[in-house]
Ligand binder design. Structure first.
Ligand SMILES: Nc1ncnc2c1ncn2[C@@H]1O[C@H](COP(=O)(O)OP(=O)(O)OP(=O)(O)O)[C@@H](O)[C@H]1O
Ligand SMILES: [Mg+2]
Length: 337
């Protein structure tokens, strides 16, 4: 039975059909408008992922839909992204395992599962987001903090059972909003999150726009110092909410304290977290914090699908045993003859 691990985030959609390779594209949907001219002869109703991103980055004032906003779900674009992920993976799975923010409502989850069943013909397993990373790391007990673009999700798991958790409406977007204001005040241009990430991560990156007949560019060095300051107060804010959640917990649970999500990969974030939790525990980060949830959902789906399969396999195994016994008996019978 084919299954897929699918993590539709505010910023990136990640999907895997083999638990090893992860396809990543921006979670953006743009509905096409009729153009005066089409030189390629192609015009589509809906653009998804990289194609949508290039439209948004080349033209200002195009409305880009992202599936999650402030931790809430926008169904239509969510389904478009899921469909696109399956097209890219070239797979028609029976089961999709996915995640939603810890504080998403039960109603929201039920509606999403029903919608995906109706429109994509799949059964859906939905987990609280950070569980994906813990499953990927093979941990059934621990704490996981997932700093995504739109939300920071945190939870405590004990023997694969949810103990408590929280969703903060503060993700990388809070940091980026503040940096964007700085850039707008300095040079008057607006950047996409994808461009801001490159500006922060890549020291040689430069980005620009034409503004009032001039070429305006901004580089890593122009924002590096302000980034450090903002990042520190951002981590402090998230860390104090995590500490609130940890209050009163057994130290045995906190021994596995994991930091995941793309936010964990931004420069200096892991170090600031280590400082904030020095007295509590060592911080672990998965090898690929952006893909870890999708890979974990895949693992969890494999376990569920495996359980569903078991009765059939057992029957097969028993019949094999029977054949072996009967061969033995045959031999005995022959020997007797
Ligand atoms: N090397 C990198 N490449 C891409 N993104 C990176 C990188 N390093 C850090 N990031 C950050 O990771 C963020 C995306 O993280 P992630 O994919 O976990 O968020 P999400 O799952 O889309 O959001 P959410 O979970 O809140 O819905 C980007 O906004 C970016 O700033
Ligand atoms: Mg995420």
């Amino acid at each position: 039975m084919t299954h897929v691990g699918l993590d539709i985030g505010t910023n990136y959609t990640k999907a895997t059909k083999d638990g090893k390779n992860v396809t990543i594209f921006p979670s953006i949907v743009v509905y096409g408008e009729e153009k005066d001219w089409s030189l390629t002869g192609q015009s589509k109703d809906v653009y998804v992922g990289e194609e949508a991103l290039s439209i948004v980055q080349s033209l200002e004032n195009v409305e880009a839909l992202r599936p999650l906003h402030e931790g809430r779900l926008i169904h239509e674009s969510y389904i478009e992204l899921a469909r696109h992920a399956l097209d890219v993976l070239k797979v028609r799975p029976k089961v999709i395992a996915t995640g939603l923010p810890v504080k998403s409502s039960k109603k929201e989850r039920e509606e999403l599962a029903a919608d995906m069943k109706a429109k994509l013909g799949v059964d859906v397993l939905i987990f609280p987001e950070p569980v994906g990373t813990l499953a990927y790391m093979g941990l059934d007990t621990g704490v996981c903090v997932d700093i995504g673009f739109g939300t920071t999700d945190m939870l405590v798991l004990s023997r694969m059972e949810y103990l408590k958790g929280d969703t903060m409406l503060v993700g990388v977007d809070w940091l980026f909003d503040n940096i964007e204001v700085l850039i707008r005040n300095k040079v008057g241009i607006t950047l996409t999150p994808e461009e801001l990430t490159k500006l922060i991560v890549d020291e040689s990156y430069e980005v620009g726009r034409i503004r009032s007949g001039k070429r305006i560019t901004i580089g890593h060095g122009d924002i590096a110092e302000e980034y450090r300051k903002l990042m520190r107060s951002w981590v402090e804010r998230i860390a104090s909410r995590v500490k609130l959640m940890l209050e009163g917990l057994s130290t045995a649970i906190v021994d596995n304290m994991v930091l995941t999500g793309g936010g964990a990969m931004l420069p200096g974030v892991k170090e600031e977290f280590e400082n904030a939790f020095r007295e509590i525990a060592e911080i672990k980060v998965p090898d690929d914090p952006i893909s870890a949830n999708a890979l974990g959902y895949y693992r969890l789906a494999s376990a569920v699908v495996g359980e569903l399969k078991e009765p059939e396999e057992e029957i097969e195994e028993k019949s094999v045993e029977k054949e072996e016994i009967s061969e033995e008996e045959e031999k005995k019978r022959k020997r007797k003859k």
